[in-house]
Write a protein that binds this ligand. Structure first.
Ligand SMILES: Cc1cc2nc3c(=O)[nH]c(=O)nc-3n(C[C@H](O)[C@H](O)[C@H](O)COP(=O)(O)O)c2cc1C
Length: 376
């Protein structure tokens, strides 16, 4: 059928030939994209990457099309494997003898494209896999900081540094409209079952998250559990609470999509700005689609000075540990509510900082967590 169609007229034969090249270029482009996005996903340790899956499907479809367009050649080749002597002799069958003799064309041929792609891949793999020049005893900055932040590790340098004054304990957006949250009514679930059931979930169902669920999640993250002293659900070194919680709302009952800040003391949300944040978040999350498909994305930042004025060189350690505590609380609360959560550590810091309007120095993003509806 395809052969009849393409053989029937000259212009259609031309289309057939061009289509062959278009398919090859398409295969190469999608194949290289699948490869590079797969390697990047592996490098950053996340299982999804922008359009990776769709590029894979497109590549597979193009491969099938390529096989269909070249089926005669493939058949001929397979026949030649079975009957090498016959295949070497000039063919007597009308179909095969009607084949136009392939012309050698100047310019970028299939082979050149293939060689180029393979050379690129080889270079990339060589760069990744060949041993570097770093000596095993050389410390990276993280190791240096770790040693420097041990008691006495900073020597006189730590004493000389000006660690600054104590800043305000809470951040508020006084000009922003406020949304009060319903009192949290956590579900009655078995803690050990929740711990055992917790998984990172990245595939979310469409639909709206209830405001009650959002309230429970925020309460678990940073809610005040001991009003007399202001102690919260997650522990904090010296009860200094350096972590601020922002929520990118994509789909929550009764809330317009946009960026909100959790006002801890009042268990309320401050509306920073309205708008659809799905695309900028996915872009800032290096293409991780779940940042756009989840109903909400928690954005944890640190106001470093809140801990630094007291704990000095050790502050940064405490702050990261605290973000981890809050993240785990969100994970467990989501699991207990029958929702799915996923931590996101791979993101472009500057883009997320810009998105939420923090300077990246005094206050900076540390951790993202998506939460959304999942299949049971
Ligand atoms: C600090 C940290 C950063 C993470 N960053 C990402 C991320 O960027 N993308 C992602 O898909 N998962 C991320 N994860 C989730 C891990 O991939 C996940 O926890 C791990 O595969 C174990 O699976 P589990 O959480 O279901 O037990 C992160 C987890 C942690 C603790």
């Amino acid at each position: 059928m395809v052969r009849v169609l393409f053989k029937s007229t000259k212009p259609l034969r031309k289309v057939h030939r061009h289509l062959g090249y278009v398919v090859i270029v398409g295969m190469l482009l999608t194949g290289v994209y699948v490869l590079v996005s797969g390697l990047l996903a592996h490098l950053f340790g996340f299982p999804q990457f922008l359009l990776h899956r769709w590029a894979g499907y497109a590549c597979a479809a193009l491969v099938v099309l390529h096989l269909v367009l070249n089926r005669k050649r493939i058949r001929k080749y397979l026949l030649s494997l079975r009957r090498p002597a016959e295949a070497a002799a000039p063919s007597a069958t009308p179909v095969l003898s009607a084949q136009p003799v392939p012309q050698v064309r100047p310019g970028l041929g299939r082979r050149a494209l293939l060689v180029g792609a393979l050379a690129g891949l080889g270079g990339f793999l060589a760069g990744r896999l060949l041993p570097g020049t770093r000596s095993p005893t050389e410390e990276d900055l993280g190791q240096q900081y770790h040693r420097w932040s041990m008691p006495g590790g900073s020597g006189l340098a730590g004493l000389r540094l000006d660690w600054g004054p104590r800043p305000p304990a809470l951040k508020t957006y006084p000009q922003s409209p406020r949304v009060s949250l319903p009192a949290p009514h956590p579900p009655k679930v078995e803690m050990w079952q929740v711990i055992a059931a917790r998984r990172s979930r990245r595939e979310y169902l469409p639909g709206l998250l209830s405001l009650e669920d959002l309230s429970a999640l925020l309460y678990a993250a940073q809610g005040v559990t001991e009003p007399r002293w202001g102690f919260r659900a997650a522990p904090s070194a010296g009860a200094l609470y350096p972590i601020e919680t922002y929520v990118a709302i994509h789909a929550v009952e009764g809330l317009e999509p946009g960026l909100y800040h959790y006002a801890v003391a009042d268990h309320a949300l401050e509306q920073i700005r309205l708008g659809d944040l799905r695309a900028p978040l996915v872009a800032a999350g290096i293409g991780q689609e779940m940042l756009g498909t989840a109903q909400v994305c928690f954005i944890l930042t640190a106001v470093f000075q809140r801990t630094r004025w007291r704990y000095r060189e050790r502050a940064y350690r405490y702050i990261l540990l605290e973000a981890g505590h809050i993240g785990q609380n969100i994970y467990l609360a989501a699991t207990g509510l029958g929702l799915g959560a996923c931590a996101v550590g791979a993101f472009l810091d500057a883009q997320v900082n810009d998105l939420i309007g923090v300077d990246g120095s005094e206050e900076a993003v540390l951790y993202l967590l998506t939460v959304g509806k999942v299949a049971a």
